[in-house]
Ligand binder design. Structure first.
Ligand code: ADP
Ligand code: MG
Length: 246
């Protein structure tokens, strides 16, 4: 469904992606993991067309992403940017209504869908009338997630969508997301720092470092047959609870 073909992307003084090729199959969940600055967000930005590659091709459904195809490609995408990206001058409900309104949904249908998703992400309906500045970080993230799910798009690009949530809500939402991914048959690319979260939600893990792919496989592949010492270190960095002393 999505493809990066030998993509190069540089910013002044930094190579964000180095000759990177990746394909994402329809209906599958893939997690992009790796330390900060490894190029994960850049991969998502390229797939949305927000960023153009210096070299190489970006394809969606086999077709190159061009300025002409961008609009229709975006409508088929739910995208949560790393900081949530809510419009500050609109209430939560106003943010959620933007795309549905553009698509001609009625007010009743929009309100119904908002209520459905608020329940899914465990957000009180009263929160919907507040502006982003009046929400906690975790509430903003849940609204951003709701916005991505509003029109039930076939593909979801999620950039650390649960990063600012407290552990209990995060755990709950991880379970709900897994159900959403499985039952709705979505193509999902999820960026996360958290290996446990990645392995819980995705069958395929792509570990990135310095703009390159270090390893691409299942958690078992990475554990049993790490491609480099970095893979081992990355996996070992996930802490377990220490044993309580007697
Ligand atoms: P990640 O999401 O894995 O933390 P990013 O894809 O955001 O990494 O960034 C990869 C590299 O590109 C980093 O070194 C980052 O500083 C740099 N970078 C990303 N976007 C920009 C930008 N707009 N301008 C300059 N440098 C950028
Ligand atoms: Mg990022």
């Amino acid at each position: 469904m999505f493809e990066l073909d030998r993509v190069q992307k540089s910013y002044p003084g930094v190579v964000a992606l180095e000759d990177l090729s990746l394909r994402f199959a329809r209906g599958r969940v893939c997690a992009l993991i790796g330390s900060s600055g490894s190029g994960k967000s850049t991969v998502l930005r390229l797939l949305t067309g927000l960023v153009r590659p210096d070299r190489g091709k970006v394809r969606v459904d086999g077709k190159p992403l061009t300025s002409a195809s961008l609009q229709s490609a975006r409508l088929r995408l739910g995208y949560v940017i790393q900081e949530g990206g809510l419009f500050p001058h609109l209430t939560a409900q106003g943010n959620l209504a933007l795309q549905p309104r553009y698509l001609g949904w009625t007010q009743t249908r929009i309100a119904g869908r908002c209520a459905e998703l608020a329940e899914l992400v465990r957000l009180p309906v009263s929160v919907m009338q507040r502006y982003p500045a009046e929400l906690s970080g975790g509430q903003r993230q849940r609204v951003a997630l709701m916005r991505a799910l509003m029109t039930d798009p076939p593909a979801l690009l999620l950039d650390e969508p649960l990063g600012a949530l407290d552990p209990i809500v995060r755990h709950e939402l991880q379970s709900q997301l897994r159900t959403i991914f499985e039952t709705l048959d979505k193509t999902v690319i999820l960026v996360t720092h958290d290996v446990a979260e990645a392995a819980w939600l995705a069958s395929r893990l792509v570990l990135m470092h310095d703009g390159r792919i270090v390893q691409d496989g299942t958690l078992a592949d990475l554990q049993r047959d790490p491609a480099s010492a970095y893979v081992r270190r990355f996996l070992d960095s996930a802490r377990r609870l220490p044993e309580a002393s007697a």
